[in-house]
Design a protein around this ligand. Structure first.
Ligand code: SF4
Length: 382
């Protein structure tokens, strides 16, 4: 790749290989042009559930913003104008499809540029989401993962709500065999009603993704998050009270500007004390336009790496603890298409990676399996 100031990657997500190529292209662009700004646009942006975590990208442009590329890059874009919602879903995996139900965000967390790049929160109508789910089922998928930037704000533009959406989804698709994972919901937007509906539903999976970002209240304040650790604890307890075997995944940013050793230790101790099953940890990286990029006292890469290593060990311990709690129970497992060493892999309703003898069950099938023992990073069904 020749030396450039700006690299624009127009992505495709129609197949798994197209997605892989996009990921490779992003790293290649950064490695060959470390100083260049990189903008990613196209369908990969629309269907990827964690696009904001690609530290190499300076700008992400979903399909509904790509015609504004020039004004966004020149800084003349009006970030709060009304934008239309464009639904999208992936068809590149045989068992699971990612369905975009919401886009944009009205918040301005200090590390995030989503609100600048994607505009205000907007979403599909409940009616349209139900139709898209039906289309995905008709194409043979067994599982759908809702994606969006701030899913908990679903419907605010149309006088609908996320609670109404999952109520309608539950009513319409009970008995259809489809499984739905609700994606990431901000802790302050996860209501008791959402947890109650999930606890009684056979369609909505007992799997919550609650972004935490830091387990220290002072850091959360500097991040301009809208909750504190007390509220986060309350939500985790409520989930576990209503659905004891639910999986809870927490997102975390390691090395936020000004994060002291004590603040990191507080985060570590907090994570250790709450009943979460997984931690998705990302190292902090400066984003132009994000307020935190001008914060002083940047944490050194070495310290960030050491903290990250501790979190990696903690997440392994949390996952193991969660797997152990579930041993002996029978869960509904959806097999995937890949197999290795005589096993087919899949995930339980509460997101435990399972392996089953390939002679016992077919691919892309939901079956009741007893969680027998743990091997490496998965549980064997017997
Ligand atoms: S809630 Fe915060 S982190 Fe999430 S998309 Fe909005 S601004 Fe970004």
């Amino acid at each position: 790749m020749e030396e450039s100031d700006l690299i624009i990657i127009h992505s495709c997500a129609v197949t798994a290989s197209a997605e892989k190529k996009t990921r490779n292209l992003i790293s290649k662009a950064k490695n060959s042009n470390p100083k260049a700004k990189i903008a990613l646009m196209g369908c990969f942006v629309d269907v990827s559930k964690d696009i904001e975590k690609y530290a190499e990208l300076n700008q992400v442009l979903p399909n509904d913003l790509k015609m504004d590329l020039a004004s966004i890059l020149s800084g003349e874009f009006q970030e709060h104008r009304e934008l239309k919602f464009h639904p999208a879903y992936s068809r590149n995996m045989r068992t699971r499809s990612f369905l975009k139900i919401q886009d944009g965000c009205d918040h301005f967390c200090t590390y995030c540029t989503v609100a600048h790049a994607r505009g205000r929160s907007r979403s599909d109508s409940i009616e349209a989401v139900l139709k898209n789910i039906q289309k995905i089922i008709d194409s043979g998928f067994k599982e759908i993962i809702f994606t969006g930037v701030n899913i908990g704000t679903f419907g605010i533009q149309n006088n609908e709500s996320f609670t109404e959406l999952i109520t309608a989804v539950d009513q319409k698709f009970t008995g259809s065999g489809i499984r739905i994972r609700t994606g990431s919901i901000e802790p302050e937007l996860l209501s008791e009603e959402i947890i109650n509906i999930t606890s009684k539903s056979e369609v909505i999976m007992p799997h919550f993704h609650l972004p935490l970002q830091s387990g220290c209240d002072e850091v959360l304040e500097r991040m301009k998050r809208r909750y504190n650790t007390a509220l986060y604890t309350e939500k985790c307890s409520l989930i576990k009270e209503k659905i004891p075997q639910a999986a809870i995944a927490a997102d975390l940013i390691v090395g936020f500007p000004g994060e002291t050793d004590d603040e990191f230790q507080e985060t570590y101790d907090f994570l250790n004390s709450i009943p979460i099953s997984y931690i998705h940890a990302f190292t902090y990286s400066d984003r132009p336009l994000a307020k935190a990029s001008s914060f002083p006292e940047k944490v050194s890469p070495q310290t960030t790496k050491e903290r990250m290593n501790q979190i990696v060990e903690l997440t392994k311990a949390k996952e193991l603890e969660f797997y152990k709690e579930n041993l002996g129970s029978t869960r509904k497992i959806l097999t995937e298409s890949r197999s290795k060493d005589g096993f087919i892999f899949g995930f339980s309703d509460n997101y435990i990676k399972c392996a089953v003898d390939e002679n016992l069950v077919g691919r892309n099938e939901v079956f009741d399996g007893r969680l027998h023992h743990i091997e490496a990073d998965f549980v064997v069904i017997a």
